[in-house]
Design a protein around this ligand. Sequence first.
Ligand code: PXG
Length: 464
Amino acid sequence: MAVISNHMPTAELQALDAAHHMHPFSTQDKLAARGARVIARADGVWLTDSDGNRILDGMAGLWCVNIGYGRDSMADVAARQMRELPYYNTFFMTTHVPVIALSAKLAELAPPGMNHVFYAGSGSEANDTNIRMARTYWAQKGKPSKKIIISRKNAYHGSTVGGASLSGMTPMHEQGGLPIPGIHHIDQPNWWAEGGDMAPHDFGLERARQLEQAIHDLGEDNVAAFIAEPVQGAGGVIVPPDSYWPEIQRICDKYEILLIADEVITGFGRTGNWFGSTTVGWRPQIMTIAKGLTSGYQPMGGSIVCDEVAAVIGACEFNHGYTYHGHPVAAAVALENIRILQEEGIVDRVRTDTAPYLQEKWAAMVDHPMVGEARMVGLMGSLALTPHKASRAKFAAEAGTVGYICRERCFANGLVMRHVGDRMIISPPLVITRAEVDVLIERAWKSLDQGMAAAKAEGLWHPA
Ligand code: PXG
């Protein structure tokens, strides 16, 4: 077979892709018929596809390329580490310098009292670890009945059996007999879609208090933990009413349960602090990390664990671990990523400059005739599309029809802006400049104009 490279015509690459590559979360047949977009290279916030189009990546890959693309020092560090020690495990009483250094660095960055790290290859694996760690913690403390993990509908915690069970996504549960036993889902704090006539403040309290109700219904003696993303990402960047976050912390303080903050998206500067928990005022016992830990340059995930849980787990043999736990190349790359975030002051810049700048322009998008709500925390934002703002109506079409049209317009206009149902979402690299923000907003606005025109032309512009 000829060497397959970026120099091949796009159609040939697409045909080979369709023939042999099974895509995640896709209908293979449909995708094969239209051909996957081939991304050839990237630099800063810009992607270049195989036809030479330059596209502003408003999603930082998949919410992960926090330091932007094209960082030579990341490649240098990886190459150096591969030459020195490409792999060694940490199972049988061994360790290595990259994992020692990364663990110490994460303990320094994490909130006070969170000084221990258990590694994984991804966020999904880390959440599987968390299920077992939370249950083992309570069993070790003589409370083996505390097994149930409470999560939320429309949460995303991964695609492994454990991660998908924690996730609150019905289409995922319908495939493969999920969720596993011992996972309970409460409602999400999505006022736009589910708030009805309630004031946002009251709705936020009502949704948080479902946690308290669930603890009562299931029995405090049976509940191990509550897991939540500080801001739901894959569910559509759902920013809860302000009343929600403190009420959740109050309930977690009152009952004997662990709070697991899934920081896979919100970690490493996304919300303008190192961790989203700081932004929303949570004090978790465990934080799931991945994505921005390495800015996606290497696959790596993990759990940052508080002293008390680590001490209890440390007193027993925890029969759990992955071949790539603390992988030296990934750990070296994570350290370089953190060095860049720190030395370039990227997290502070997000909080004090880029996020406020983008947020002002994002909030103004509510003036677009199709945008009912424009929310943003740090550099993750969403727009709720609607044909009728006052009633927060859905379109008279299957959810996601108009969102998909708008997403395609975005691509055509050189912008990656995703849709989740009829919400448009962004999460750009944290290094985005003000000038690039202006480009993002201009392209987003233009795409919504075109999307609205298309929705009207296709007869979709009606409240359901
Ligand atoms: N927790 C959260 C909060 C996530 O967003 C995971 C766990 C799982 O991480 P891994 O590394 O196993 O993928 C995620 C991942 C989307 C999308 O469509 C989002 C994720 C993954 C795939 C697609 O927005 N987030």
